[in-house]
Design a binder for this molecule. Structure first.
Ligand code: SAM
Ligand code: SF4
Length: 347
């Protein structure tokens, strides 16, 4: 596809459209680089340098970017991190996001450790969907993946489950479990995870392990193509394909016969969905990143702090959208670490 020409001026009615004609209407806001876990696929092995307080966007700056993005056609905003539930002032931020008109669909991705405590806030703020990252149901494996060790893993897993159960009991938001597949680590649990959907009205989404973040060690031998999931799911019984739903992103959806919940498979690497990508990401330090696998970004912090008005900020967003690459160059047979630090960018 040939890129379309110049960036349009940020006149009223402008939309975030990239040079290949894709409309970017889904903004992922990383609201902190801090995290209470050290997942082996996310953080560099030698530890990660914390951003200075002043480097992280302030709550009002985050809300302002969100407002300008909504004026440019964004209708879905996901809070992520680091661990978003650790962000001080989350209540204030959510209140500001809820007040944006038209109100975007607010979602959040969390490791779930603080979910039970923060659930009432999320419900009051109108968060529609919470994605909880959970890669193992076994305390030992969970502790290994998250860096907590076996004992810490057991306690954390118990806290996470209290959060999941409270969210399901509330009936107030959709609950999705995100499982990153790691060959030789959690692949034997595919059937256990999928079976959770038989009795519970939740979505379990299997996600391919991705080589994101130049400093994070990527272990190619752990890459498990998402396609293998279906073979294992077939061991449980029959399943049906579910139609793609607007706003659900790139997951291919399935339902086991008679199940209350559903399954999703997200294969960013084994089957590119770049052609239909509608995302743009804001890192915790204020870089607008159009592709997870590219370090190309537009730094909004100096623009915001340099006194830019909303028109100038909108122009910067349009510029970042325009810079979105057509696709990534990762292939399962040739995976290489690329892109920004995941724990600052938010997945
Ligand atoms: N701390 C929150 C959490 O874990 O849900 C939000 C931030 S985390 C960076 C967002 C998502 O990115 C999580 O679902 C995590 O599993 C996923 N993620 C991180 N590194 C990844 C990698 N290398 N490959 C695939 N998914 C990854
Ligand atoms: Fe923290 Fe989420 Fe990264 Fe795990 S995946 S280290 S919980 S930011």
């Amino acid at each position: 596809m040939t890129p379309q020409s110049d960036i349009p001026p940020a006149a009223s009615g402008s939309q975030l459209v990239d040079a290949f004609g894709r409309r970017l209407h889904y903004l992922r806001l990383s609201i902190t680089d801090l995290c209470n876990l050290r997942c082996l696929y996310c953080m560099p092995a030698g530890g990660v340098e914390k951003l200075e307080h002043s480097q992280v966007l302030r709550l009002e700056e985050l809300a302002r970017v969100a407002r300008v993005a909504v004026a440019l056609g964004v209708d879905k905003i996901r809070l992520t991190g680091g661990e978003p539930l650790l962000r001080r002032g989350l209540d204030q931020l959510l209140a500001e996001l809820k007040a944006i008109s038209p109100r975007p669909d607010l979602r959040l991705t969390t490791n779930g450790l603080l979910l039970e405590e923060k659930l009432p806030l999320l419900i009051d703020s109108g968060v529609s969907t919470v994605n909880i990252s959970l890669d193992s149901l076994q305390p030992e494996t969970y502790g290994r993946i998250t860096g907590l060790g076996p004992e810490g893993g057991e306690q954390a897993l118990a806290a996470l489950w209290r959060g999941v159960e409270a969210a399901l009991k509330s009936g107030a938001l959709q609950v999705k479990l995100n499982v990153v597949l790691l060959g030789g680590v959690n692949e034997e649990e595919i059937v256990d995870f999928a079976s959770l959907t038989l009795d519970q009205p939740l979505a379990v989404r299997f996600i391919e392990y991705m080589p994101v973040g130049r400093r994070t060690t990527f272990e190619p031998k752990r890459f498990l193509p998402a396609g293998e999931v279906l073979e294992r799911v077939g061991e449980i019984g029959a399943y049906e394909d579910l139609p793609a739903r607007t706003g659900d992103g790139p997951a291919q959806r399935y339902r086991l016969a008679g199940a209350r919940g559903e399954l999703g498979i997200i294969s960013a690497l084994s089957s590119h969905f770049c052609g239909s990508c509608n995302r743009i990401r804001l890192s915790a330090e204020g870089r607008l990143v159009p592709c997870l696998f590219s370090e190309a970004s537009v730094d909004l912090r100096p623009i915001i702090r340099g006194g830019a008005d909303d028109e100038e900020l909108a122009q910067a967003l349009l510029q970042a959208a325009h810079n979105k690459p057509q696709g990534h160059h990762q292939e399962p047979a040739n995976l290489h670490s690329a892109g920004c630090q995941m724990s600052r960018l938010g997945g």
